[in-house]
Ligand binder design. Structure first.
Ligand SMILES: *Cc1c(COP(=O)(O)O)cnc(C)c1O
Length: 458
């Protein structure tokens, strides 16, 4: 069957304001050709991020009304703690307002200047928090991730031989923690296999190094293991998730991803001493340990979301609908990263616009034109985002020129996604008309959020 049946009905709707390419051309020009500066109202299909953009279920909205807003020991806290322990299985649960707050607290306690923290690929806030604590964040992606078109099952894996080399080179005493991001967000949303999780854990523990999972998309990762790794097809996503976490010493989580919440996160660990130090920091910057920067009602929504996200019908729909976009684009000849990850589809701007050199920002030009063409908002992941060294001011082409189309959970239907495929294919047919861009003004750090651009004439 070609039609995806979304495993939900729609009870509340949010109107989308229709616009034309002419209107959008004016709007994006007024925004300095930066999609972050567009009012969301002027976007038809918003694929900027899957973070905090999920549609909540009737059960979550119902739970919200049961939020207990007591400062200490609220009923909602106990419900949240039970839900987290049920999936993750660690002794201590520390609620935070977002994933990055969990990272800030974890690395604030564990990382000292001169330390090195390896990962398959660090997410940008993870990297920034390690660097803020004086450490060095090292990415060790599997060599299989290098070819964007290779249909391999676990391109999110860590290169364990490179991990062994790094440990030998810097010494285990310099490595306070080894991280593994599931799925590998910055590496194309690709999953990590159970075998790789087990192997990374064994290496970490052989050297006495704690092993933590960045668990933002743990449910999508668990489902990919069920589909693709021998021995797991009869297991439930919950059983697989529990096994993933059983090899780790702790995890950080953004509830804005695989917990269907609009805000929230947590840190969880088995280490009593560490947890005590983390709670001290939590009180300083987030809040009392039984709410940690969240309202009681947010804790309720996360507790329900953690159960719903592991439902097989949902995970089937989630992975099938993301693959539907990647496969549809591929069938139309549009260059995309394959196979599809869990939460996003990545257009390969290098192959989409081969006539635009990297320092004329093909990813940005493609993202802008996709907005004009179809009102679709994606995000450039390429030389605009990663090309400039803020300390030296030097600019170099990034390894990738991608446009990420992140898919919010339970928000868009198959016809929305078919429209995305159509509009992108239409743009591809007139790709030769698309030229390069230059930056007219930019800040020193994280320039992609606020830089302004113009077209290069010709
Ligand atoms: C989103 C994300 C984070 C940070 O979470 P926030 O809730 O946005 O602070 C960390 N790691 C990964 C892999 C993420 O996708």
């Amino acid at each position: 069957m070609k039609t995806i049946i979304e495993p939900f009905r729609i009870k509340t709707v949010e109107p989308i304001k229709m616009t034309t390419p002419e209107v959008r051309r004016r709007l994006i020009e007024a925004a300095g050709y930066n999609l972050f500066k567009l009012p969301a109202e002027d976007v038809l299909i918003d694929l900027l991020t899957d973070s905090g953009t999920s549609a909540m279920s009737a059960a979550q909205w119902g739970a919200l009304m049961q939020g207990d807003e007591s400062y200490a020991g609220a009923r909602s806290w106990y419900r949240f703690e039970r839900a987290v322990k049920n999936v993750f299985g660690f002794e201590h649960v520390i609620p935070t307002h977002q994933g990055r707050a969990a990272e800030r607290i974890l690395f604030g306690v564990m990382v000292k200047p001169g330390h090195v923290v390896p990962s398959n690929t660090h997410f940008d806030t993870t990297r920034a928090n390690i660097e803020f604590a004086g450490g060095r964040a090292v990415d060790l992606p599997s060599p299989s991730a290098k070819d964007p078109a290779a249909r391999l099952p676990f391109k999110g894996n860590m290169d364990t031989a490179a991990l062994e080399r790094l440990i030998a080179e810097v010494g285990p005493e310099k490595i306070p923690v080894i991280m593994l991001t599931v799925t590998n967000n910055s590496g194309g949303g690709q999953p990590v296999s159970m075998a790789n999780i087990r192997e990374v854990a064994a290496i970490a523990h052989a050297h006495g190094i704690p092993f933590y999972i960045d668990a933002c998309r743990f449910a999508e990762n668990a489902y990919f293991i069920k589909l693709r790794e021998p021995g797991y097809d009869a297991k439930t996503p919950l059983e697989i998730a529990r096994e993933m976490f059983s090899y780790a010493d702790g995890a950080t989580m953004s509830a804005k991803k695989d917990a269907f919440a609009n805000i929230g996160g947590f840190l969880t660990t088995n280490d009593d001493e560490l947890a005590a130090a983390e709670r001290d920091l939590l009180i300083l910057t987030e809040g009392f340990p039984t709410y940690g920067g969240l309202a009681g009602r947010d804790l309720e929504a996360i507790a329900v979301g953690l159960e719903e996200v592991l439902e097989e019908d949902y995970l089937h729909y989630r992975t099938v609908s993301t693959a539907h976009v990647a496969d549809g684009l591929e069938a139309a000849g549009v260059p995309v990263m394959l196979p599809a990850g869990g939460h996003a589809v990545y257009l390969d701007a290098k192959r989409f616009l081969p006539h635009v050199p990297p320092l004329e920002y093909p990813g940005q030009a493609l993202a802008v034109e996709l907005y004009i063409e179809g009102g679709i908002r994606g995000v450039e992941i390429g030389t605009v985002m990663f090309g400039k060294n803020p300390h030296t001011g030097e600019e170099r082409p990034a390894a990738w020129e991608l446009v990420r189309l992140a898919i919010p959970r339970r928000v868009y239907t198959q016809s929305h996604m078919d429209y995305v495929i159509e509009a992108t294919a239409q743009l591809y047919r007139r790709r030769e008309e698309i030229g390069g861009m230059r930056i007219v003004q930019e800040p020193k750090f994280l320039r992609h959020f606020s830089a302004e651009f113009e077209w290069i004439e010709g």
